[in-house]
Write a protein that binds this ligand. Structure first.
Ligand SMILES: [Zn+2]
Length: 138
């Protein structure tokens, strides 16, 4: 009778060990899957339309921005306040630096790229393409 009880206990610990191993395996699998997902949705990269960019905040807008014409060139603000700010401080808001070459570019003609909603300005499409590649895009 006593030995039978012992056997039951041993069987239970055996099952517990298997359950523990399965649990660890499950956690490991979940972690691997999560890592894979994180890599896939790392960056939201897009080449936005100029009229969708608020050039005061350098962000993408859900709706077309308000145009501002200066010296025959068109800039965009998401609201009247942004538009007024661009108009009052053009040196600050109509120009940007190409993140690849460091060259100052005019936002009205620059090649646009948005990374996670943040807009970057490039002196050429070639620079933009090179930058996209450097982000590890496939
Ligand atoms: Zn704005």
């Amino acid at each position: 009778m006593k030995s039978g009880m012992e056997r039951v206990e041993i069987e239970i610990t055996g099952w517990q060990r298997i359950a523990k191993s399965l649990f660890v395996l499950f956690i490991l699998l979940a972690w691997v899957l999560m890592e894979k997902n994180a890599q896939a949705e790392d960056l939201a990269i897009e080449e936005p339309q100029r009229s969708r960019v608020c050039m005061m905040q350098d962000t993408i807008m859900a709706v077309p921005a308000i145009p501002l014409v200066r010296d025959g060139k068109t800039y965009y603000g998401c609201c009247e306040m942004c538009k007024a700010k661009i108009a009052s401080e053009p040196a600050r808001y109509t120009l940007a630096k190409d993140p690849l070459s460091g060259k100052v570019v005019d936002k009205a003609v620059a090649s646009l790229l948005s990374v996670n909603g943040r807009v970057l300005y490039f002196e050429s499409d070639v620079n933009r393409a090179r930058f996209r590649k450097s982000l590890g895009e496939k």
